[in-house]
Design a protein around this ligand. Structure first.
Ligand code: AVJ
Length: 328
């Protein structure tokens, strides 16, 4: 709740239930292919479990992207230039953001996040590391156009969207986001975006089904959250984590598979699952050079340069806001 603007980013009903969460879960469990949108994976426990995932040996994206940021600071600086206002979509990681900021000497840093708590924590940590850099955290849903603070209106912008979070969206939603980023950032903006690459199926599946079971816990935490926040009685121990490669759509899918026939209720509604039936909880799309170019262009961004880690697992791309034009 942003008190100054009277703007509620989370709506709670009289019982303190997040109404959007309840609506998504009840609708999603009523579909033929049961599904819960991936954004609900990230409550406090889920966010901590994701941090733990980045430490397991099989999950390479975070390490690969960090390697690229460390190796190519000079290249970013040459292409992006100094004095930009860096707008980060998501409240920043303790490792990646400082690597970028030290490389390009920006004029300001604006982290955007829907969770005010994460946002303020990340902003404080960043200010500690860069005491001379003006930091303007903005609590906002970045899926929509965001009004940036007056202090940075006149500065050229660099959008920063690491982690291949764009891969969690289906193409239609990803294009909507890219277009609204373009609106938020304005004319002359650039975008530095991480996109994970298509690779051997076994490597991808292992990254989303680690031996230690951290990803499985992350996935099942969603059911615990449903039970706790929406008065559910889902038998969490009878649903098992599965990471599947969908080759047609070039994505890893996370599912929760019913081990036996199940019946449970959520918020007073009863649901049934046959043994083997699944709840689809996340997509993580993977790209190659052509598909990442196509997606960026569809969103109004012209790719300018692209860097990979040494093992060629992950890509970081710089793109430029493309002016609309009708002729080729
Ligand atoms: C941080 C959302 C990009 O898709 O790789 C990791 C989330 N899910 N393991 C990803 C995730 C399961 C991660 N993103």
């Amino acid at each position: 709740m942003n008190a100054e603007k009277g703007l509620a980013l989370v709506n709670l009903d009289e019982d303190g239930v997040d109404t959007a969460f309840r609506a998504d879960v009840l609708a999603g469990l009523s579909e033929a292919q049961k599904a819960i949108p991936a954004r609900w994976l990230y409550d406090d426990a889920g966010s901590q479990l994701f941090e733990d995932i980045t430490q397991v040996p099989e999950y390479y994206p975070t390490r690969a992207e960090t390697e690229i940021l460390k190796a190519h600071g000079q290249d970013f600086a040459a292409l992006i230039g100094t004095g930009r206002a860096v707008v980060e979509f998501g409240s920043g990681s303790s490792v990646k953001t400082p690597l970028l900021l030290s490389a390009i000497a920006p004029a300001a840093y604006i982290p955007l996040d829907i969770s005010g708590d994460f946002l303020r924590a990340a902003a404080d940590e960043l200010s500690g590391k860069f005491p001379d850099l003006p930091v303007y955290p903005v609590e906002a849903d970045f899926m929509r156009q965001v009004e940036l603070p007056d202090e940075v209106q006149a500065l050229p912008k660099l959008g920063f969207f690491p982690g291949s979070t764009i891969g969690n969206m289906v193409a239609r939603t990803a294009v909507d986001l890219l277009r609204s980023m373009r609106e938020t950032l304005g004319e002359g903006a650039k975008l530095l975006i991480g996109m994970d690459l298509i690779k051997q199926e076994e490597v991808l599946v292992a990254a989303y089904d680690d031996k230690a079971g951290v990803t499985a816990e992350f996935n099942r935490n969603l059911l615990r959250r449903v039970n706790r926040e929406l008065s559910g009685d889902i038998p969490v121990e009878q649903l098992v984590h599965e990471a599947r490669w969908n080759d047609e759509y070039a994505r890893i899918e996370m599912h929760l598979v019913a081990e036996v026939d199940l019946q449970f209720s959520v918020g007073g509604t009863t649901f049934r699952m046959a043994a083997g039936e699944t709840i689809h909880t996340e997509n993580s799309h993977k790209f190659n050079r052509r598909t990442s170019n196509m997606l960026l262009l569809a969103g109004g961004w012209e790719p300018q340069a692209r860097w990979l880690d040494g093992a060629q697992r992950f890509s970081l791309i710089v793109a430029e806001a493309k002016p609309p034009r009708s002729a080729p």
